[in-house]
Design a protein around this ligand. Structure first.
Ligand code: ADE
Ligand code: ZN
Length: 329
């Protein structure tokens, strides 16, 4: 058995970032929108660096205009995840893109996304939960509106809250109010940090937002005391190695710190972030990790158990996911 065939848990996937380029091209054509600037000649997404990637991401998202568009997107993304052996996934979703932070519109988008997730669960057995996501470079005021949407819809399906976007924009302390609202509504907390800024930003996320998980967090490796703190406090990193390599956080796979973080006792998990943008998939991430670091079946099974334990879902769902991760007896 190849490690790529194992059942998987993915905790860090941006819904729009999972859109196959052909899907976005098709929607653009239906809406008579010229989006040719965001595609290479071979049909893949075209961007120069992370900040240009964010612009291209938002341009692609601009043709997702109705709940029905998000219903179709969710089906397309989950079909791909299920084909990669993912049994449980959490996706970042943003009221900024789904109805402009209007609560009534957000509820409609959410209903369409959940309906698609229910279909995928029935047909492919994949379970999805949503993490509501303020976009950091849209600023803390919009993040509060986003937190209100999150708090009003928190429950069995919207189960998390986590900031994404340009890590170099603004300071995380300014988002603390929004995160407090989300926490009070019972949501699990995560935050992108330590991807484009160094260890100080991971520390700022821990101090200001009190997350149980960090999106990326990999640059914590530059500070031994912070690595110890992550290990001692059981903070779980949502690591996306292929994303980091393609975007140039690290020059190549052997330079990626996922193995050194793990060896030093930090709980790491593996995700794709925005798979078609980064020419990756969960199967591909597993193959590259096995090739680069010699990880074997037991390593991946442990990582998936850790991911399931860190998932923002109820106990019954977690138990069912953990059972699906074990080898058949
Ligand atoms: N939005 C989509 N992908 C992202 C990433 N890797 N970092 C921050 N924001 C994102
Ligand atoms: Zn991300």
């Amino acid at each position: 058995m190849s490690v790529a065939d194992l059942p998987k848990v993915e905790l860090h996937l941006h819904l729009e970032g999972g859109a196959p380029p052909a899907f976005i091209r098709g929607l653009a054509a239906e809406k008579d929108e010229d989006l040719s600037r965001i595609f290479n000649a071979d049909g893949s997404y075209a961007y120069r660096d992370f900040w240009h990637f964010l612009e291209v991401y938002e341009a692609a998202t601009s043709v997702l205009r109705t709940p029905e568009d998000y219903h179709r997107l969710t089906l397309a993304v989950l079909e791909e995840s299920a084909a990669n052996g993912v049994v449980y996934s959490e996706t970042f979703l943003s009221p900024d893109f789904c109805g402009g932070r209007d609560l009534g519109a957000w509820r409609e988008y959410l209903a369409a996304i959940r309906e698609a997730a229910d279909i995928a669960e029935r047909t492919d057995g994949i379970v999805l939960r949503g993490i509501v996501t303020p976009i950091r470079h849209f600023g803390p005021d919009k993040a509060r509106e986003t937190a209100r949407c999150a708090a009003e819809t928190a429950g069995d399906w919207v189960t998390g809250f986590g900031v994404a976007g340009d890590e170099k924009s603004g300071e995380l302390q300014d988002f603390a109010y929004a995160f407090d609202m989300a926490r009070e509504a019972g949501l699990g907390i995560t935050a992108h940090a330590g991807e484009w800024r160094g260890p100080d930003e991971v520390r700022a996320a821990l101090d200001a937002l009190r997350p149980s998980r960090i999106g990326h967090g990999v640059r914590a490796v530059e500070d031994d005391r912070l690595v110890d703190r992550l290990a001692e406090d059981g903070i779980v990193l949502e690591v996306c190695p292929g994303s980091n390599v393609v975007l140039g956080v690290y020059p190549d796979w052997p330079s990626h710190p996922i193995e050194s973080l793990r060896k030093r006792g930090v709980t790491v998990t593996v995700s794709t972030d925005d798979p078609p943008f980064f020419h990756t998939s969960m199967r591909r991430e597993y193959d590259r990790l096995a090739e680069t670091f010699g990880w074997e079946e037991d390593d991946f099974r442990q990582i998936n158990r850790d991911a399931a334990r860190a998932a923002f879902c109820d106990a019954e769902t977690r138990k069912a996911v953990l059972e699906r991760l074990e080898p058949p007896t």
